[in-house]
Design a protein around this ligand. Structure first.
Ligand code: NAI
Length: 250
């Protein structure tokens, strides 16, 4: 158990938990004592992760959920409350990319990326904030990106969605603060995952050149920041954006 952060007895909901950053967040919070409700479009992936975690500690369950679908999100929230009895932490991490230069970006690519990231974060926050506000405690961490602050050529949809998530983070932080619920965002830079492995070598080299610390981030660099913000160690922090980017954006 980590002596600094303790999630014993807490329930954490993590979206996009089947792989990448989301899977690492599930593993880290679980190793710190949290029970985990992992959600993903990828049913097999999220169920396998839940089985791996349940076998060696607090309860974990996987849920097949499209975060952009209001009805699915609401029924997943009901299921989590039934299965776990409460929710203490929500991490809105699910995401996708459909990159193209703006003048060639299709309506579908725009709508899909905005729906998964921004609408998904809104729907999950609305559904899970209700029990948190009733309990007068809880912590929400949204996955933004440095491109939501600085923009990125070829990612009009993604950077607009991430900028929207930052604004949504601040607004929900203001709405929920009086009832003990904190909302923060983590803004990663270039992190080595399957999402960035799908980019061209040229694009990855260009990103790496912009990182003063001289290496891509790891999923564990990001999950550590999420764990801190989600924990009681961050109880005086709300409405903030923590950049985990090796200094790419200062
Ligand atoms: P990934 O592609 O490895 O994993 C994303 C997960 O989200 C997958 O398991 C996928 O099935 C799930 N997902 C996608 N659409 C979904 C939906 N509609 N409903 C439920 N689940 C869905 O991506 P990665 O790299 O782990 O990224 C995680 C988050 O971190 C994303 O929000 C991403 O935008 C953000 N991020 C990643 C960076 C990177 O360099 N990898 C940099 C900055 C932010």
């Amino acid at each position: 158990m980590d002596p600094f952060i303790d999630f014993s007895g807490k329930v954490a909901v993590v979206t996009g938990g089947a792989r990448g950053i989301g899977a690492e967040i599930c593993r880290l919070l679980h190793s710190m004592g949290a029970s985990i409700a992992a959600m993903d479009l990828n049913k097999e992936g999220v169920e396998a992760l839940a089985a791996e975690l349940s076998a060696k500690g607090p309860k974990a369950a996987g849920y097949a959920v499209n975060v952009a679908d209001s009805a699915q999100v609401d029924s997943a929230a009901d299921a989590v409350l039934k299965d776990f009895g409460k929710v203490d932490v929500l991490v809105n991490n699910a995401g996708i990319t459909r990159d193209n230069v703006l003048i060639r970006m299709t309506d579908e690519a725009w709508d899909l990326v905005l729906n998964v990231h921004l609408r998904g974060t809104f729907l999950m926050t609305r559904a899970f904030a209700r029990p948190m506000l009733r309990a007068r405690k809880g912590s929400i961490v949204n996955m933004a990106s440095v491109v939501g602050i600085m923009g990125n050529a070829g990612q009009a949809n993604y950077s607009a969605a991430k900028g929207g998530i930052i604004a949504l983070t601040k607004t929900s932080a203001k709405e929920f603060a009086g009832r003990g619920v904190r909302v923060n965002a983590v803004a990663p830079g270039y992190i080595a995952t399957e999402m960035t492995a799908a980019m061209t070598q040229e694009a990855r080299d260009a990103m790496l050149k912009a990182v003063p610390l001289g290496r891509p981030g790891t999923v564990s660099d990001v999950s550590s920041a999420v764990a801190f913000l989600a924990s009681d160690r961050a109880e005086y922090i709300t409405g903030q954006v923590l950049q985990v980017c090796g200094g790419m954006l200062m």
